[in-house]
Design a protein around this ligand. Structure first.
Ligand SMILES: C[S@@+](CC[C@H](N)C(=O)[O-])C[C@H]1O[C@@H](n2cnc3c(N)ncnc32)[C@H](O)[C@@H]1O
Length: 354
């Protein structure tokens, strides 16, 4: 029976600037939405993709109006552009736009300013962070610290900073690590965000075998920036992710999120222009899973994207399970696989430290 309190909500998907990703992203968005509604104070059903006057929306029904906390989760989802309530007015269907909930600690543009071959799409990155958080025992209001163990030039770190999370990355390639730290420093300076930058030694006993982290402590005002308890942090280690447990304290991270190397960089026109260090990611993660587990908190989640043409989901899941992680297999976790191009079928694996 339909209750008069019931609400139907429609979400217009963020157009972004990548048409390929936009066209693929509705199924991924539906999976992300499924995880989000699990956190809502209201029972939500009929999650679906619908066409209205030729325009695509994500739609769901709520038993009654969403709470302000529910809206705060909903507006963080990677695909949400405009949220509407569907209303019936004298037998006509009308879309009522709902207020956007602003949640950004830093302007979201930080994730899209840099352009380079091999960059992970920023909306996909935001989705991985959301999936990690919504699958963990933590919430957006916790003081989250995130690690990207294969950070590249930092897309995940910037997306996490937009949420006000502290974020750390490990990157093997010194040029990427250096450029990422340089970019973040310039960003903080341009936006006039109070900060302190330090180069810290995180491993090694002598100068020749030392590993360093470029560390930023920042906040929107001077007093918060000066206090470690109120300041946000972003740190980039130029090192090998196999050594994560040497660089960071045990149980330091609530979330680990990363886009594993694909072995292929995409230049203009989709030409193969180079190869990264590791082609098959199972060799890399076999060496890393124990260390990553050490630095992850109990109840924390790890989300990794990989090319499922290279390793099967089953193979990857077995590696995680052998290391004592709980892999999340069932729907909606089976709804994230998508083609990126002829050589990359991307999927994500979600595992929890239990
Ligand atoms: C797909 S890219 C990540 C791109 C990143 N999300 C971005 O948008 O800039 C994977 C990265 O993993 C790095 N990598 C490969 N092996 C590594 C290792 N053993 N330790 C740390 N980083 C590694 C590569 O250098 C590459 O930058």
């Amino acid at each position: 029976m339909i209750s008069p309190l019931m609400k139907q909500y429609l979400i217009l998907q963020y157009p972004g600037h990548n048409r390929v990703y936009y066209n693929l992203a509705d199924r991924l968005a539906l999976s992300e939405l499924h995880l989000a509604v699990e956190r809502f104070s209201v029972v939500c059903t009929n999650l679906d993709i619908v066409l209205l006057k030729g325009v695509r929306y994500l739609s769901f029904t709520a038993e009654h109006a969403l709470s302000s906390d529910d809206f705060a989760i909903l507006h963080r989802l990677s695909f949400v552009f405009v949220l509407f309530e569907l209303k019936k007015v004298e037998d006509r269907e009308m879309l009522l736009p709902l207020d956007r909930v602003a949640y950004e600690y830093l302007d979201a543009k930080i994730s899209s300013l840099l352009k380079y071959p091999g960059k992970t799409n920023e909306l996909f990155t935001k989705m991985m962070i959301n999936v990690a958080l919504l699958s963990s025992n933590f919430s957006f209001s916790d003081p989250i610290t995130l690690l990207d163990p294969v950070a590249g030039r930092g897309t995940t770190l910037y997306a996490a900073s937009v949420y006000g999370f502290s974020s750390y990355g490990i990157e093997l390639d010194p040029k990427s690590a250096h450029e990422s730290a340089l970019f973040f420093k310039q960003y903080l300076q341009t936006e006039k965000i109070k900060h302190k930058q330090e180069k810290k030694q995180v491993a090694g006993s002598s100068r020749s075998d030392a590993t360093y982290m470029e560390h930023f402590q920042y906040a929107k005002n001077k007093i918060e920036a000066a206090q470690p308890s109120t300041a946000k942090k972003l740190g980039l280690v130029c090192g090998d992710t196999k050594e994560a447990a040497r660089y960071f304290k045990s149980e330091q991270f609530h979330l680990i999120v990363g886009d594993l190397p694909y072995g292929i960089f995409h230049g203009n026109g989709g030409k193969k222009t180079g190869k990264s260090k590791t082609r098959n990611p199972s060799a890399l993660i076999t060496d890393c899973l124990a260390g990553w587990k050490k630095v992850l908190k109990k109840g924390g989640c790890i989300v990794l994207a990989w090319n499922s043409f290279l390793v099967s989901r089953m193979e990857l899941a077995t590696l995680f399970e052998q290391n004592g992680y709980g892999v999340l297999h069932s729907a909606p976790y089976d709804g994230f696989e998508h083609m990126v191009d002829r050589s990359i079928k991307r999927d994500i694996i979600v595992a929890k430290k239990i």
